[in-house]
Design a protein around this ligand. Sequence first.
Ligand SMILES: Nc1ncnc2c1ncn2[C@@H]1O[C@H](COP(=O)(O)OP(=O)(O)OP(=O)(O)O)[C@@H](O)[C@H]1O
Length: 265
Amino acid sequence: MTEQPRETASPRGAGAAPAAVPALAVRDVTHTFGARKALDDVSLDVPAGSFTALLGPNGAGKTTLFSLVTRLYDNRSGAIHVLGYDVRRQPAAALSQLGVVFQARTLDLELSVLDNLLYHATLHGIGFGAGRRRAMELLAQAGLADRARDKVRNLSGGQMRRVEIVRALIHRPRLLLLDEPTVGLDIASRAALVAQVRELVAQEAIGVLWATHIIEEIQPGDRIVVLHRGRVRARGSYEEMLAQTGTDELGAAFLKLVGDEAEAA
Ligand SMILES: Nc1ncnc2c1ncn2[C@@H]1O[C@H](COP(=O)(O)OP(=O)(O)OP(=O)(O)O)[C@@H](O)[C@H]1O
């Protein structure tokens, strides 16, 4: 039997479209490391089918938030829902809807691209044949079908990142988290990666939370959450961010929102 969401941050009314359930809903989450507050009463949504940028400088709390959503850390305050599933009370259902690309690279360099993907598919209970079909379909979409048999070690940094995205999608999640995925990539590889993820949002209506401090990765139409020193400083559409700050360019808006504190950090 499929587990049903027990509670959602945006409860569905009778007849409301399923899209009303956010891919991710974070409410009033605080997290401390000893005396240091890494997240302070954080609330944010990632609507289904949206590209939401989590924009914050170093130390803002982005990775800590990802660690809470993925259950690496237990959220002892507030609530986190993935597709309406509470990650504390319904972790299996919540995590089945979730794909993650962590900041550190985690592919096995000595295995082939395909074997890395099949290993991950098996962990999700996907049979060999179905896993292989899904892997090849996603590799083709990512322009990497001809590299399936290559050892990961022989790929470029950008190609490895694209394989990590493919891996995160093997089990057909509805929410994809990416933690500063373009770190270390050249401009062309970064553009290819952003394009791959934007295509997913457009074609498959996946909700994406893209953590970054690189303004150029964000474009008009995106949703933005500005996180600084553990607190949400602003949230809304790209256009709302400019209007809120009275600027005509996102870099200027960001500086206004985090102000001199970012420079002093
Ligand atoms: N395991 C930990 N123990 C103690 N403090 C931590 C730990 N992890 C993170 N912190 C602190 O929590 C705050 C938020 O860190 P976090 O890594 O979440 O930020 P970030 O936005 O991901 O930064 P970056 O862009 O540098 O990766 C920082 O002050 C950091 O030093």
